[in-house]
Design a protein around this ligand. Structure first.
Ligand SMILES: NC(=O)c1ccc[n+]([C@@H]2O[C@H](COP(=O)([O-])OP(=O)(O)OC[C@H]3O[C@@H](n4cnc5c(N)ncnc54)[C@H](OP(=O)(O)O)[C@@H]3O)[C@@H](O)[C@H]2O)c1
Length: 380
């Protein structure tokens, strides 16, 4: 389990604690080695990986036969060296890509929460899965819903995919009002409790843009047949539109443990806590178009998707830089889509063909995006 100290990772461990079918053989984190060690001792896990090398020493009291990998590629090393039936990738950001490719390259099924893997190198990830026959099982709630709705269905029956978006904490706000948004406001998501990066992405609607790209690669559906609809209650997780006009929806309470458990046990289903939804008490469900004037990230992401993997890799790196700058107080909230759009405009290139080229493009883009942040800040 990669990214075990994060929101997805901690909820996945809850699911595993309640399941007699699953044994964890490896854990990874970025820098929170204290929590990683606690988890390793609680679940009896002998192999751990810590990306921040200086923090790895904390794990020296692991099981005497345990192994600790450290450094930026530690999670990928863990995946390459420890045998597992399934890898759950809950790492945030570009840092998750190498481990995704490592798992699929070994032919190991992958439960993928790290959507950035598909955004940065979708074609490469798909090719790796195809080459070894490893299965890619989505963890993102919308994609898990789509995956379930599409099971056993012919592609010719499907007209389009409809991904729902909560709209985030600023739904209904005008573009000008978004200039004053603080990190604290943006981190308060109305329906989901998630890590900071995806929470900011949800507030800008970039998360939905990344999810459109993710859906395109997971289900091999052209961009023009992937719709986004805002649904503030987050009860309908996604829908598929069939060619005869029928719409099939997947409903449930907003609880990430459900799609996590589904991915971990696939194709079986097991109970997950007490999350039965009372339809009569749920009340009204409503749907509206996303406001792409106030939240331009969605259209910027779509346009990058249409350009291809080079542009989406640039989009992702620029977004990671912009979100980081916003959280550090160096960029206004409304500056996030500006930085991303300008960086994609300046830097978008043909799709990289090797992992080394993707890493190089990500690295160069981060420097370019930092320059755009600095220019925007100087210009007020
Ligand atoms: N949270 C959700 O409900 C949710 C829903 C759908 C999809 N997702 C996707 O799932 C992924 C994880 O999201 P999250 O909300 O769980 O994020 P999070 O709470 O921030 O956790 C991220 C995890 O990645 C680790 N990490 C950070 N930087 C790393 C690096 N450089 N190398 C290796 N590991 C690193 C973190 O370790 P430390 O704790 O040591 O920093 C942590 O374990 C994201 O791609 C997100 O889009 C999340």
């Amino acid at each position: 389990m990669l990214g075990s100290t994060g929101s997805i990772g901690r909820q996945a461990l809850e699911v595993i604690a309640g399941s007699s079918d699953l044994t964890v053989v490896g854990l990874s984190c970025g820098s929170n080695a204290e929590l990683l060690l606690e988890q390793a001792l609680e679940f009896g896990v002998p192999h751990v990986a810590v990306a921040h090398a200086k923090k790895a020493a904390v794990c020296s009291s692991l099981h005497p036969e345990g192994v600790v990998w450290s450094g930026p590629d530690a999670a990928a090393q863990l995946v390459r060296e420890v045998d597992a039936d399934l890898v759950l990738n809950g790492i945030v950001g570009f840092a998750g890509l190498e481990a995704t490719l490592a798992a699929l390259g070994r032919g190991v099924d992958l439960a993928l929460a790290n959507k950035e893997s598909l955004v940065c190198a979708g074609c490469m990830v798909r090719a790796a899965a195809l080459a070894t026959g490893a299965r890619l099982i989505p963890v993102d709630s919308e994609h898990s819903a789509l995956f379930q709705l599409m099971l056993g269905r012919e592609t010719s029956e499907i007209d389009s995919l409809v991904i729902t978006a909560s709209g985030g904490p600023f739904r209904g706000w005008a573009r000008d009002a978004l200039c004053t948004v603080t990190p604290k406001q943006a981190l308060a998501h109305p329906t989901w409790n998630m890590g900071p990066k995806i929470t900011i992405d949800s507030a800008t609607l970039m998360n939905k843009g990344l999810e459109v790209i993710e859906a395109h690669h997971l289900f091999d559906i052209p961009y023009e047949r992937i719709e986004v609809v805002v649904h503030p209650q987050s009860i309908v997780h996604s829908l598929i539109r069939l060619v005869d006009g029928a719409l099939l929806a997947h409903l449930g309470l907003p609880d990430m443990r459900v799609p996590i458990s589904y991915a971990l046990h696939y194709p079986r289903r097991l109970p997950v806590g007490k999350n039965l939804m009372d339809l009569a008490r749920t009340g009204m469900l409503f749907f509206e178009e996303p406001d792409e004037e106030a939240f331009p990230s969605l259209s910027v992401a779509r346009a990058a998707g249409l350009q291809g993997d080079g542009a989406t890799c640039v989009l992702n790196a620029a977004n990671e830089v912009a979100v980081h700058a916003f959280l550090a107080g160096r960029l206004m909230f409304s500056g996030i889509p500006e930085v991303v759009a300008e960086t994609v405009h300046r830097e978008a290139v043909d799709a990289p063909t090797t992992f080394a080229e993707v890493v190089d493009l990500d690295y160069r883009t981060r420097a370019a995006a930092e320059m755009v942040v600095a220019e925007l800040t100087q210009n007020g």
